[in-house]
Design a protein around this ligand. Structure first.
Ligand SMILES: [Zn+2]
Ligand SMILES: [Zn+2]
Length: 129
């Protein structure tokens, strides 16, 4: 029994034989493109996204996708992505480590505030009576 999934690139349905979200054809293209970029970076360490796009013909959106997925990582001072919360340059992923931490904390903070507000309201109501 196989599971049918929809490819996240071309939208084609395919039998899910793994946890991948791409159909067989797109997976092949994806692997091929990634191989080209990896080989290029291997020969040209520290190349910028522009260099990669110019020399490999792979579009920048594909390169950025790999960066966001953490499959590629920028080195040194070159930070091509921005944290989606504070906009700080990051080398991979979607959030900087600070915001990742803050997110965990802010959830707690919200929970605390809510609790306090509820208590205060109850107190005021009791006083009015
Ligand atoms: Zn596909
Ligand atoms: Zn951030």
């Amino acid at each position: 029994m196989s599971d049918v999934r929809t490819c996240s690139i071309c939208g084609k349905e395919f039998d899910a034989d793994s946890i991948k979200s791409l159909c067989y054809d797109c997976r092949k293209v994806d692997r091929h493109l990634f191989g080209i970029i990896r080989d290029f970076l291997y020969d040209n360490p520290g190349a910028s996204v522009n260099d990669v796009v110019e020399h490999t013909g792979v579009t920048s959106s594909v390169v950025l996708k790999y960066l966001r997925e953490g499959r590629l990582e920028t080195v040194g001072e070159i930070k091509l992505l921005n944290c989606e919360i504070c906009g700080k340059p990051i080398s991979y992923g979607t959030k900087c480590t600070d915001c990742q931490h803050k997110m965990d904390h802010s959830f707690q903070a919200v929970a605390n505030v809510k609790e306090r507000n509820t208590k205060q309201k109850m107190y005021t109501t009791t006083k009015k009576k």
